[in-house]
Design a protein around this ligand. Sequence first.
Ligand SMILES: *Cc1c(COP(=O)(O)O)cnc(C)c1O
Length: 377
Amino acid sequence: MEFRDLKQQYAHMNGEINEAVLKVMAEGGFISGWEVRDLEKKLAEYVGAKYCVTCANGTDALLLALKVWEIGPGDAVFVPDFTFFSTGEAVAAVGAVPVFVDVERDTFNLSPEALEKSIEIVLAKGKLRPRAVIPVDLFGHPADYGAIKRIVEQYGLLILEDGAQGFGGMFKGKRSCSFGHISTTSFFPAKPLGCYGDGGAIFTDREDWNNLLRSLCIHGKGEDKYDNVRIGMNSRLDTMQAAILAVKLRAFTDYELDAVNLAAEEYGRRLKGIVCIPLVKKECVSSWAQYTIILDSEKERDGLCLYLKEKEIPSFVYYRKEMHAQKAFQDKCVITDCPNSSYLVKRVLSLPIHPYMKQHEIEQVCHYIGEYKSGQR
Ligand SMILES: *Cc1c(COP(=O)(O)O)cnc(C)c1O
């Protein structure tokens, strides 16, 4: 069994993908080909944003957004304590200070209550200027944008939505990657919408920020790439990846997002009452970047992971360490009280999930989890 079966996905659409790749090779427009602009239009339309700028990966996407806002030394940016490293890395990389904020136990996402407390703590200390919040749509479930928007407006901060795992998800009828003043996503192969290498995208409704992003991702270009008006980066999505993504976006919207939600429902039916299953809030749709259960203890979690491995079922711990416990951030971050994040790193386990997962595979995973929990191993 595969954790995320990209081979099976390719088998479903290899004709179209091969054709798309061969076409790019024949045309020779490997960088900034028409396929890239075409994809940006489709992505913007799908998420409901005015503008989309593609770039080299999801980490660059976050960096570019922070650069647009000129966030740097002396600035505080609020980041969930339970997320992938990039979310905090981008903040530290521009010289600003990540303030790690606790998450909710049931959705794994930034806790609005903890966010407000953290902002007050930073203001009271008076050393850093609060500038932005980076809510993450962790494991595919949108953050609580209703509450987060109210707080952000009260304190005059910006929202940078990290939708690297959230593409396709919904909150109150709107798609993920449309909730930030700027929003980002990643096309790393294992993300809900993945390409065949690295890739990323940035979304905004503001024309001036769109223009700045287009300049920043091509060496701070002015009139053209040999007229350089600011210090930028070299961060573009290859034409080949854009052509692949156009095919995969169609499959994603036509059936993959529905199929992965059916798989999650099947898990839910079978695991309910046996282990703590992930919550989907009633105003939300998840895109299921991960299906993550919560066990009673670290010992039980690690034991189950091993037990499944013996049965040739892959499972992974996302994430084993709080952000504030990462060595790279020691003396570079502000740590606030994060009891839920510390609770989760010891107890979470992510199970295989993808749109091509078969009913009997889910049954098998759940069977062994039941066996383990009831002590019949
Ligand atoms: C994957 C991921 C990123 C970074 O994306 P890359 O394309 O790998 O650079 C950022 N944030 C989160 C939450 C992610 O899961």
